[in-house]
Design a protein around this ligand. Sequence first.
Ligand SMILES: Cc1cc2nc3c(=O)[nH]c(=O)nc-3n(C[C@H](O)[C@H](O)[C@H](O)COP(=O)(O)O)c2cc1C
Length: 325
Amino acid sequence: MPFKTKLTRLLSVDHPIVLAPMGGVSGAALAKAVSTAGGLGLIGASYGNREWMTAELAGMESFQKPWGIGLVMFTVIKQMELLHLALSYRPHVVALSFGDPAPFIGPIKDAGAKVAVQVHDLDQARTALSCGVDLLIVQGCEAGGHSAGRSSFPLIPAVRDSVGESIPIIAAGGVGDGRGLSAALALGADGVMMGTRFAVTSESLFSGKVKAHLVAAQAKHTVRTRAFDIVRGIDWPLGYSGRVIANKFSDAWIGREAELQTCRDEVGVVYQRAVEQDDLDFRAVWAGEIVDLIHDVRPASQVVKETIAEAEKASLAVSKFIITE
Ligand SMILES: Cc1cc2nc3c(=O)[nH]c(=O)nc-3n(C[C@H](O)[C@H](O)[C@H](O)COP(=O)(O)O)c2cc1C
């Protein structure tokens, strides 16, 4: 039983599975692998780095399946030429997160792409809808990387009730396999965005060392913090923090963020050197609670295929729990 939803119809894809636009992790190889497998691959351009974007977007030239790109709004708004660079490669979808979508909608629609906006509460969902977005990404705080305070289970149906039936909703955060896909559809979503699971695939740009670290990690090892944003000098809006695998750096600075702010320049130099060496004691390895469900590194196509097969099984399994007499 294939899962045909408003999402698959709007995007002309086979499966309601979207690759999260993970900064520096979702490059051309991973995006193409997910799209080729029938989902929607999104390049993770994140805060916007021209050199990185140009290299990865070049990999999408002449790619025939639907694909897209994700941008973080509060940084890209200061360098809108990067939006135009992305649009010049003719993505089918631009996924916007963290910021005000209004200034982005016109240029994206003029370029013929669909606009997806990630939201974290009901107010943001209504605002995005009033801006004329094509898709909503509803993100819960189980997610890897940055999120706000609400968890997916109550948030997805509340957004669905609030925005009505016609707009496709993509559930992000806490989906690691087909059981999560099946549950998200039951809650009122039309598909899922998976980040942490795809970060641990053969095509992800994470190093082998980081992937092995994530295979060994558990949800109890994750923490939410702004310490890595402070040390990187990224001025995140209030209300957001990033879920990451705890390490010596987070152990040292969680609870001492104000102090970190004052010595950011010197700690930042040490931090940057550690990142270049892929030092797991220092560098941020963003990961969500579904890390408990990851036991190996697999090709992205296998993740897509098995997620669909498991979702079919999970949907059938639900009926077994229903007592009819
Ligand atoms: C390694 C990693 C990097 C991420 N980077 C970004 C990013 O640059 N921009 C963004 O909007 N979201 C980013 N996210 C969040 C994802 O877009 C998505 O919301 C999240 O991964 C979904 O939850 P899951 O990890 O439980 O699948 C990142 C997530 C991970 C795991």
